[in-house]
Design a protein around this ligand. Sequence first.
Ligand code: ARG
Length: 562
Amino acid sequence: MKNKIINLLADNIEELQVSDIEKLIEIPPKPELGDFAFPCFSLAKVMRKAPNMIAEDIANKIGKPDYINEVKIQGAYLNFFVNKEMFVKEVIEVASDDNYGSLDIGAGKNICIDYSSPNVAKNFHVGHLRTTIIGNSLYKIFSKMGYNVTRINHLGDWGTQFGKLIVAYKRWGNKEDIEKDGVLALMNIYVKFHEEAEKDDSLNDEAREWFAKMEQGNEEALEIWQWFKDISLKEYMRIYDLLGMGFDSFNGESFYRDKTENVVNLLNEKNLLVESEGAKIVPLDDYDMAPCLILKKDGSSIYATRDLAAILYRHDTYNFDKCVYVTGQEQKLHFAQVFKVIELMGYDYFDKLVHVPYGLVSLGGAKLATRSGNIIFAEDILHQSIDKVKEIINEKNPDISDKDETAKIIGVGAIIFNDLFNQRIKDVAFNWDKILNFDGETGPYVQYTYARAASVLRKAGIDHVEGDIDYSLITDDETMNLLKDISRFKEVIIDAADKLEPFVITRYAVSVAQSFNRFYHENRINVEDENLKMARIKVVEITKRVIKDALELIGIGVVEEM
Ligand code: ARG
C-alpha cells in the first residue's frame, strides 16, 4: 500500500521520481496524523511556492483511490489515511509467505566477507568477537537478499612472530603444558621470549632464522607451526560453535605465502616499487598516505603483501561484486593503502573493496573472568553470560524444559545483541545488568517477546491459522501499528545492507517486539468471538515469524519458552 501511495504521488508530481518519494515518505509518530505522510518542504524550493499550497495542489490532483480513506493537509504535510481493512489484509497476506523478507536483489552476484580472522597463538579477544558478530550478520543479511556469500576467515597464521614462538618453544616450552593450556600456554612462552630477548638480542636473530626456515619449507619448522595452528584453531572452533557460526574458507595469511612473489613481480612490471632504506615500498604521498611497505629489508613479505595477494586470488576465485573486510578501525590506513595499490596496479575492481571498521569494546567496571595475567578471552565472556542467565532462569522459571540450551541461546544472544545495538563505529560498553535486563532494549527482551508469542499459540493449540480471516475486526491502532512495523521488514533489510550496518536490524527487532507487546496488552487473544480470536492469532503468528527471522539476521536464536 505504501508503494501504491508512492506511485500515486510520482504520477502526480512531475518534479520527483519514485526513488525521491521513497526517501521522503514517512510514517507519522501518532496515528491521529495518518498512516503515511508526505512532506512538501523540498518541493517548495523547486516549485517556488509555499509548501502548504503545494500540498493542496497535489491533494486535488490525486483524488481518492479506493485504498485511501482520506488525505488531509496539515501544514506542509499530506497525510494519508489508508483503508485500514485493505491495509491489514495486504500486510497479513504478504507476511504469511514463508519467504517473507527474502529478496532477489543479489541473485547471480557474489560477495566475499573477510571477518573474524584471529591471530594464531594469540587469544581470541573481545575485538575479534566484534568482527565475528558483525561479519556473521552481514553474511546473513546479504544471503537474505539473494547474494551468494563466501565467508572467509583470513587467519593471522604467518609472519615473524612464529619464528619467535618456535625459539621460545624449543627453549622453555613443554609439550604437555601446551596441549593442556592451549593458546594461553603459547602466549606465555611468547611473553617469555620478549623478556629474554631484551637481555639477549641473539634470540631475535635465531627467531628470524626460524621464520626464514618456515618460508623455505623446512619440515621441522612447519611441523611445529602447524601444531601451534591446530591448537589455536581448536579453541577458535569452540567459540564459533558457541556462536553457531561457520566459514566457507579458512585461507589465512599462510595460504598466500607462495603468491606474494607474483605480487612483487607485477608491482615491478608496473614500475610501482621503490627502494627505501633497503626495503621495497609503494609510495603513496600523492594520496596523502604513508607508503605501503611490500618487502622488508631481509626480503620477507608482510601483512599488506599477503592482503594484496589475497585480493588477486579472491577476484580470480570468487569473481566478487563486493569484497568486504570487517576489522577494528585502527586498520583503516592499512586497507586504504592496500586498496590504493590495487587501483594503481590498474585493476578496475578496486572500488569493489570495502573496509567495514568498528569501534572498541570498553570493559569499564564490568567484572570479567580472566584466565591469567588479565588477558581477556572472548570465550570466557560468553560462558559468563550463559552462567548468569542460568542463575536468572533458576530463580524465575526453574522448571523450564531444556535449561542448558535455553541459557546458551539467551546468554550468547544477549552479547550479540549488545554488540549490534548501535552503529558499529561506536564503542561497545559492557554492563551486565543492562545486557541481561529482560525489560530493556535487549536481546533477552526480544527473545522473551518471541516466547510470549509462542506461548499464545501453544495455549490456543494453533501454530498456523488456516481459512478466511475477517480483517475488518483488527483495524485498531495497536494492530495497525504492529502491522506497519511488520510491513517494513524488506526496506529495513535493504537499508542495513546499503549501510553495512546490522544495528538497523537490531533496532527493527526491538520495534516489532515493542509494538507486539502494546498490541498484546490492548487486545485479549482468547475471546469468545471465534472470528476475532482467529484474526488476532494470525497477527501473533506472523509477528512471531518476523521476530525470529529478524533475530536470525543478526545471528541470534530463539526459544519457545523462557
Ligand atoms: N588478523 C588480523 C587481526 O587480528 C585481521 C585480518 C583482517 N583481514 C585481512 N584480510 N587483513 O587484526
